[in-house]
Design a protein around this ligand. Sequence first.
Ligand code: ATP
Ligand code: MG
Length: 256
Amino acid sequence: MEREVILETQNATKHFGGLAAVEKVNMKIYKGEILGLIGPNGAGKTTFVNIITGMLPITAGKVYFKGQDITGWPAYKVGRLGIARTFQIVKPFRGMTVRENVAVGAMFGHGGHKRSPREALEHVDEIIEFVGMAHLRDKHADQLTLPYLKRLELAKALAMDPELLFLDEVMAGLNTKEIESAMELVRRINERGITILVIEHVMKAIVGVTQRVFVLNFGQELAQGTPHEVLNNPEVIQAYLGEKFVERFFRQQKAA
Ligand SMILES: Nc1ncnc2c1ncn2[C@@H]1O[C@H](COP(=O)(O)OP(=O)(O)OP(=O)(O)O)[C@@H](O)[C@H]1O
Ligand SMILES: [Mg+2]
């Protein structure tokens, strides 16, 4: 059976002056899946998300969401269409409470323009609970620790009611236990019917939550396949993971 493609890029390209940050990337994201996007620092992962979500103008190539050409659409229009993203560098509104931060997402996302500020606040309470932050609802964002700032990013994105969600390193800086619970949350978001692209350097999380992995290197596709295929791909090991890491990783996986 042909799987439904929710997002497709054709030769997506982003140049910063002479630097090809993203070069002719052809990616398909299938409806309902969790796709991993990995690659070395500076490989172009965040830039790729930025040109899809209208945060940065695309240099060349095409972006289709559910068959519709959305190339070059501004961020607010992409958001209304049903695409949300988190930011690698957390960007809360610091003087606002958790509840108010999430409400902003609810007002600008998919169908959100139809919500009044009051309806938005009701909608967000459910999401705040879902991400495990009900006890922090009225705290200001600048009082939160990193794990909760990361969760707040997730909540803001979820409040937009996305069909497709880009997660940019929501596990970076978390300890093992915090990573486990973040992985569980990502799975539960997916179970709500949301398609997810997850960018992570934490390989345990990539292997634990994704069904498929796409590897970028110097802005270009290096490989794609199942997590297992990709982790055993000699080119991926050479460019990114390193042999020592892979040996240790599989030893630990076996032991666990
Ligand atoms: N706004 C910008 N202006 C100029 N160069 C940029 C800009 N954003 C990113 N770059 C450059 O583009 C390349 C890709 O960066 P990007 O942040 O997309 O990588 P990444 O794969 O997300 O890396 P990391 O794993 O460290 O987050 C890098 O060389 C980076 O310095
Ligand atoms: Mg990045």
